[in-house]
Write a protein that binds this ligand. Structure first.
Ligand code: F3S
Length: 388
């Protein structure tokens, strides 16, 4: 990969060992994937935050770095709510390590909002056509597909390296030729809510790392697109999709010759899969909920007194900006959990069967938490607990 003289100097260590290491990672990636050079980025979103997933090796790597990120950079969810971790049943040793990891990122100038939906809290992080270095798979999918920005699915170290240098190798989804649909997906029945998670669960496993172009019978809201992309990135490796007449780049492309048709019965089948026991945890907010989704939950929970554990995962910014909604939700016994989620926190591991409205959580909870999972509509997730 071509490097400018200034970039070469960084690679040779003229600006210290942290930037040298960052440039080594970026140039190695660029060489492997055939990038022509580095492209400036607007923002970074950095995974590799939960102590549950990175362990001591990851903690040490981050702690050794010195410097400051040069573009707005957001952290992915951590392994616990950073203030209410005791309520989640997190032990002191885990909490201490997790807090030190967050502090290490903070010293590098990373914003510790700990969310996979940074676009809900700062719209300047990604606009149409911007180059980014984002790493959480659902955030990558949303940025590429719904916003029309350009990012590969970065690993934690490469996203952090890009944040420190302000650039990323120019290959993959940064290039027009890799944004062209590879398969058309048609579904004739109307979908809503968790149906999109079920659709994503099916299509991700069928198309792998392809770029699907959807022809849908109903117009999805952005929160439904978020659920669709998250599920496809979990059951497959889809980082970009288009929806005809909906997403910003879809109009550039024709239907492909390769076509998949999805029937309503296939969607319904996804809801019947997974653990069949009585769920002992209901977990919503994968990806992290927006303020509108919190409002929907508050309405559905009105007048209820819940008798089982219910978590609503969102970002700390959204929780702090919506105190009335949070009070309404928590007065029913549900918990609005922030900085973390049901997949990356070890707090989920003590349950037996998790009911969720997310196709991504459906896929990841069994493998990453060793716990059963089942998909349900948001109404079914929040059914029960009525006062009358
Ligand atoms: Fe976000 Fe956690 Fe789901 S990081 S996409 S809420 S698995």
């Amino acid at each position: 990969m071509y490097l400018t003289r200034e970039e070469e100097a960084i690679l040779e260590g003229e600006q210290g060992p942290t930037l040298q290491k960052a440039m080594e990672i970026l140039s190695a990636l660029g060489d492997i994937y055939g990038a022509d050079g580095l492209v400036p980025i607007k923002s970074a979103q950095i995974a590799g935050v939960s102590y549950k997933t990175i362990g001591d090796a990851g903690f040490e790597w981050i702690s050794d770095l010195k410097g400051t990120v040069v573009v707005p950079s957001m952290l992915n969810p951590a392994g616990m709510d950073l203030t209410r971790w005791q309520e989640m049943g997190i032990d002191e040793e885990f909490a201490s390590k997790q807090i030190q990891i967050i502090e290490a990122y903070r010293r590098l100038g990373v914003r510790c909002g700990c969310t996979c939906t940074p676009y809900h809290i700062d719209k300047t992080l990604a606009k149409f056509g911007d180059h980014l270095a984002w790493s959480e798979s659902s955030a990558v999918s949303y940025a590429n597909s719904v916003i029309g920005a350009r990012t590969n699915r970065e690993g934690g170290p490469s996203a952090l390296s890009a944040a420190l240098i302000g650039k990323t190798p120019n290959y993959g989804y940064h290039l027009d030729e890799n944004r062209v649909p590879t398969v058309t997906v048609k579904i004739d029945s109307k979908l809503e809510g968790a149906d999109y998670g079920a659709l994503g669960h099916l299509v991700g496993s069928m198309v792998g790392s392809g770029v699907p172009l959807f022809k849908l019978a109903s117009r999805p809201a952005n929160t439904e697109l978020k659920a669709l992309g998250a599920a496809m990135a979990a059951s497959g490796a889809v980082a970009l999709y288009h929806v005809q007449d909906v997403t910003p780049e879809a109009g550039l492309y024709q239907e492909t010759t390769d076509t998949i048709i999805i029937e309503r019965a296939q969607i319904d089948e996804v809801f019947g899969k997974g653990c069949q026991d009585e769920p002992d945890l209901v977990a919503l907010g994968c990806p992290h909920y927006s303020a509108d989704e919190l409002e929907q939950v508050a309405k559905l929970l009105e007048g209820k007194n819940l008798d089982r554990e219910v978590w609503i995962c969102t970002s700390r910014n959204i929780r702090d900006a919506n105190p009335d909604l949070v009070n309404k939700i928590e007065s029913t016994g549900a918990k609005v959990i922030v900085d973390t989620c049901m997949v990356v926190s070890p707090a989920t591991d003590r349950f037996g069967c998790v009911l969720t409205d997310s196709g991504k959580a459906l896929n990841y909870i069994p493998g990453l938490c060793g716990v059963g999972s089942r998909l349900a509509t948001i109404n079914d997730c929040l059914r029960g607990g009525d006062n009358n």
